[in-house]
Design a protein around this ligand. Structure first.
Ligand SMILES: Nc1ncnc2c1ncn2[C@@H]1O[C@H](COP(=O)(O)OP(=O)(O)OP(=O)(O)O)[C@@H](O)[C@H]1O
Ligand SMILES: [Mg+2]
Length: 406
């Protein structure tokens, strides 16, 4: 080795005692719910590599192909130079001459997951994999060789992974065992680091992602709404302040809402909500508001009638940008607003419609693991969306935890 050059760290480190406790436990089905960065993937890699060395046939299953990339690199590195190693890069497959093998699979293509008897399956981020993949594809593949499974994940509401976890806790389910551990159990992560994340993360999300709690579905989303309602109701445009706006277009039986934020003071200064008018009249009302406040930038939902309305406002010289609301773009938009309100970074107007919509706003965790946010049936969320869009422009905090971004 060259002087001064550290040896390359092993591709798969030795396990900590708590990880080793899971690894050596005799249960056939192991369910491990842990916080982010606990060392889930590391534990899975260790078990997978060890099983392959002992001649076992192993699958590594991740929710998406991309999420299996780092594990694939680590496994290749771990077996680099092994005698008689077969490596198929395209199939992400490694095999040793005595029959031990590892295949990397992604659960978003379940039809490619069929057809072999397995000794071990590692399901990384299992809560993000559909129940169908576990029940109809992976579990049967373990039947003929009495294979084992490690399901390891941060929780995602109370989906199938939660039920698997409960099974692991059941003393009568002898084949099953469950563990739960927070991020802080990874001693390599400094407590200050976790404290810092906590200050920047909505509490509900911290509890799920870092404390590995299985939160009930349909819970409240925004906390501390009334406490945040301290913005003056008689604000007027101030010279030198930057104003931004968010626009949510009304559909049938719904309202168009416009929220204007003072991005210098981080306070909501105006909220308008109207329905029933012609689009041209609605646009005129929006244009007057934006001009009246000297709004430097507005973000408007572009779905459906949004696109043509945005173009019409742009033709009038107004600084309006489109935002495409999708299942992927909505969670980070909402979660950033949750944080702004919870941490007291954003002051709201004491507007009962807005406060009511924020307080009743809810979410559901989908089988995919993603959160779906919205108003409960029969209620509106147009002021919430307008506010969230304005807040995105006003200064989004450094919150990027949503799985949408993984
Ligand atoms: N036993 C160990 N020894 C040394 N380092 C470890 C050990 N376990 C985990 N780590 C390190 O801790 C960090 C997080 O580990 P890992 O990626 O396995 O966690 P994870 O729970 O899968 O994280 P994520 O939530 O991001 O998927 C990595 O840098 C990893 O190398
Ligand atoms: Mg991981």
């Amino acid at each position: 080795m060259l002087p001064g050059i550290e040896p390359r760290p092993p591709a798969i480190p030795d396990l900590r005692p708590d990880q080793a406790g899971v690894a050596t436990h005799p249960a056939r089905f192991k369910v491990v719910a842990c916080g982010r960065r606990w060392g889930k993937t590391t534990l899975g890699l260790y078990l997978a590599a060890e099983a392959m060395r002992r001649g076992r046939r192993v699958w590594w299953v991740a929710p998406t192909y991309n999420m299996a990339f780092e594990p694939w690199l680590a496994l290749k590195q771990a077996f680099e130079g092994a005698d008689g190693l077969v490596k198929q890069e395209a199939a992400r497959y490694l095999a040793l001459p005595d029959g031990g093998s590892i295949s990397i699979k992604s659960a978003d293509a379940p039809d490619r997951l069929r057809g072999v008897g397995l000794d071990l399956v590692i399901v990384d981020e299992a809560a993000f994999i559909s129940q169908y993949v576990w029940q109809a594809v992976l579990r049967p593949a373990l039947a003929d060789r009495r294979g084992r499974a490690l399901m390891i994940s941060t929780p995602r509401g109370r989906n199938w992974f939660y039920h698997a976890f409960q099974r692991g806790l059941d003393p009568l389910a002898h084949d099953w065992e469950a563990w739960r551990a927070p991020t802080s159990a990874n001693g390599l992560i400094a407590p200050e680091e976790i404290a810092d994340v906590r200050a920047l993360t909505p509490e509900r999300i911290f509890r799920q992602e870092y404390e590995a709690e299985f939160l009930e579905d349909g819970g409240e989303v925004f906390r501390g709404v009334r406490r945040a309602a301290t913005a003056p109701v008689d604000a007027a445009p101030q010279p030198g302040h930057r104003y931004v706006a968010g626009i949510d277009w009304g559909r049938a039986n719904d309202f168009t809402a416009v929220a204007i934020l003072d991005a210098t003071r981080m306070a909501l200064v105006a909220l308008d909500r109207f329905s029933g008018d012609e689009w041209a009249l609605q646009r005129a009302r929006i244009a007057a508001l934006l001009r009246g406040w000297g709004v430097s930038l507005a973000l408007a939902e572009e779905n459906a009638m949004g696109g043509p309305n945005i173009e019409a406002l742009q033709r009038e010289g107004l600084p309006v940008r489109p935002f495409s609301m999708t299942a992927l773009s909505k969670p980070p938009l909402i979660e950033s607003l949750v944080l702004g309100i919870e941490c007291g970074d954003l002051r709201l107007l004491p507007d009962e419609v807005l406060l009511g919509e924020l307080e009743s706003y809810t979410y559901q965790t989908l089988p995919s693991g993603r959160n779906r946010y919205g108003a409960p049936p029969g209620l509106h969320d147009d002021t919430v969306i307008a506010l969230a869009l304005a807040w995105k422009l006003a200064g989004t905090p450094a919150f990027t935890l949503s799985m949408a971004e993984v």
